[in-house]
Design a protein around this ligand. Sequence first.
Ligand SMILES: C[S@@+](CC[C@H](N)C(=O)[O-])C[C@H]1O[C@@H](n2cnc3c(N)ncnc32)[C@H](O)[C@@H]1O
Length: 894
Amino acid sequence: MRGRGRGGKRNRGQQRHGDGHGDSNKDARPNDWKRSRHDSGGEPGWNPFVRESPAFEAFYKKQKIVPEEEWDAFITTFRKPLATTFRINGSGQFALEIRDQMQRDFFDQLKNETEVDGEVIEPVRALPWYPDNLAWHLNYSRMQIRKMPILERIHEFLKLENEVGSITRQEAVSMIPPLFMDVQPHHKVLDMCAAPGSKTFQLLEMIHRGLKPGELSDGMVVANDSDAKRCHLLIHQTKRMCSPNIVVTNHDAQLFPGLKDKSGHPKTTSTENCVVDTEISEEETNGLYFDRILCDVPCSGDGTLRKAPDIWRKWNCGVANGLHRLQIQIAMRGVALLRTGGRLVYSTCSLNPVENEAVVGEILRESRGSVELLDVSSELPELKRRPGLTSWLIRDRKKWLCSASKIERHRAGAVVPSMFPSGSGWDLSDLEPPTEVSSLPTDAGDDVEKNEAEEGEEEEEEGPPEVVTLPLERCMRLLPHDQDSGGFFIAVFRKIAPFKAISKVLEPHKSLISHKRSDKETVIADGEKDLLPIKNDSTLLNTDAADNVLPEVDLLDIQPEEKTEADNEVGAEHVSDIEENKGLALEEASTREAGEELRENIVAEEVEATISDTKDPNALGRAQRQGRWKGVDPVLFLEDENIIRSLVDFYGIKETFPVHQHFVVRSEDLTRCKRIYYVSASVGNTIQQNYRAGEQMKIVSAGMKIFERLQSKEADTTCDFRISSEGLPLLLPHMTKQIVRASMKDFRLLLANKVISFSTFKGSDFAVALKELNHGCCVVALTTEGPDASTNPGAMSTAVACWKGRSNISVLITKAEANQMYQRLSFGDKVAEPTLAEAKPITPDEVAVGMEVESKRTQIDDLQSTDAGSKIDQVVTHNIDEELQNGTVPGNAD
Ligand SMILES: C[S@@+](CC[C@H](N)C(=O)[O-])C[C@H]1O[C@@H](n2cnc3c(N)ncnc32)[C@H](O)[C@@H]1O
């Protein structure tokens, strides 16, 4: 369906920073296409960042990250700015059409190397490993764009497509993890650390792959992020996919709740597209286990040096060390939530083995045979990758450590055995006595080597590095010089047996030695297990000797609890070390991220999904500040038969479109609820099970907006709700009323004018059909050729929601969307450009009515900016804008 991309209001950030398009674009989606403040754009002589770091180079040389003879190529590539890469969004015909159009109109002219003023221009190329040539690489400086009209046109085209959501600018390596997940349309997928959502978007595409317009998928994507503000980015990003199969949640991933799935997994599920055979074990029938899990964990991000050169200046190994345990905790929670037979992909945009191979090794050890590391060397054969390391050293302050036995006692909170290749344990009494400071580390800043190069002699490691016995060579490291990309790390696991965890209870003040394998373990009896908190770093334990004797607990049965104050006190030193290091790491990441990934306008309407229409507008912000959630955002099924009937009757919704248990609202007071969301059966079931489990999931948003309430008093219509542009593609094939077809000429005339008098179309079939419609919301669809065009609305690939007033019709999409649709229709067409001159002049009376309609339309749009939710969003947005300016928004590499 064309016109899926959506727009929204420009936020304060956009107003402040501008986007070079003047007012005409003020209601457009954020433009990710513009260059980041880090990007020199290739301007000669402008290099605000020194692209070197002695600490980084010393570290990776020592780790033998590349063979010696490749070092120069590796480091030289890292110093070059990153080329632009983008993905065409969506799946199916629509995406292929855009690809073909781009290729035909632009890229075919740039297939070969060209020279402008002595400068070589790289050919545009598709990323060879990305399916269906839907991802592209291009590398032009601003100067080159100015000099070559074709580049200028490409740039403009991509800017527009990005604005309306047809393409996503995304770093090439960041597109890879979802491609190793083997997601099928019926899968339940969990994206544990999902914001800002570029990979979630890919996962959704996979869930919808192969569906015809209007068809529903059985699958579901749960996209989670611990940062509430970034959850909004996630909603903004994924709503462009117009999917009823998504739930956005806001949990610490390591504490993601286990949910029941009372209906159990069906042995076989039949869908229109496939028959799914699901082998399930007894234990799994009652739990919501995911078929696929992505752990794209927070990391130090040094693989993104090309995109975020400020990392050169700030790089230190303490950041990576500080994230190691959180990364294990997140991945292990993923293992617990994964269905047996399912795949889990672990990824980081860091090259550091402590965040990569060390974590993978610990997952294998801790899962005690329930997962295996897959050899995926035959998948995506065009992708150049390096095997994982099997040997590495740990760097702590100025020391190189070759094994856990070398850890000094006072560093035991910062360096742990799982960081080393053997992962082998320690005993506190065996630890090296301190050489300098005798106190425990209390300040994470201590762990960060501020500038190693300036801090005197560094110490050599004592002894050779350990060599791992696990098959870590099956991991993949993407290096920048292999295919002119950023750096990345990926490991693919398969669960081969249910995971039984041994839960342990930490004794106060023993936290320092919590990684000691012989820590006190507590077997949780059946009746007690729901009561016991799972401590942050004790959820999972590899017990060597205990394996044979300790009864086991299914982790899904245990609800991880939020940390209590008492928990925080226990082992405070230990936690402070981890948390503060993590804090530092995220701060690092934020600087790297700001200005690149942050969507500059979180449109006001997005917050609608996070707060009840009727509750205190300040509740969400307060609850977030206070670390609470409950009571802020009910997610309720719409069961009011009068509303459902009025929708079904007005739009002539067929029985092919299930409505009961699929419409969701966020307000208990239905007279005031402003939006109706549509959720797939899988999402509906999950929400229902969540109620039964006591609403443990912090749901930020569910499904997609399908209807919006009209509040204009003058609205002369029998239905209180208009169709939202996200909802249209799904609903249209199931509608029998309020649809009118227009010829290409009339359709374009409508798009060009946005509000237009009926009399303009006098005498046309369109005008006659228009007259027959009820007043209110309607859909204008482009007449298509073909045998079933007149009978099957699903065959109409281009349609737009409109408002039929008394004498005018106006489109209910943003100007940017209308312009993009118009331009798309103009490519290679044979119909003359409609101009305003073609339209019959509008009389002064009609102008007045037109203005009234336009004002109604504005009122409709303004509903979102006047409700409680958007006021809060303005606050959130404002804060994000401030952070953007300060460079403190936590971010990622994607
Ligand atoms: C590398 S980014 C994820 C990028 C994302 N997968 C994408 O492709 O757009 C890491 C994310 O993890 C989130 N995060 C940090 N700590 C977390 C935690 N404990 N649980 C869940 N998410 C966390 C951050 O807010 C950040 O959005």
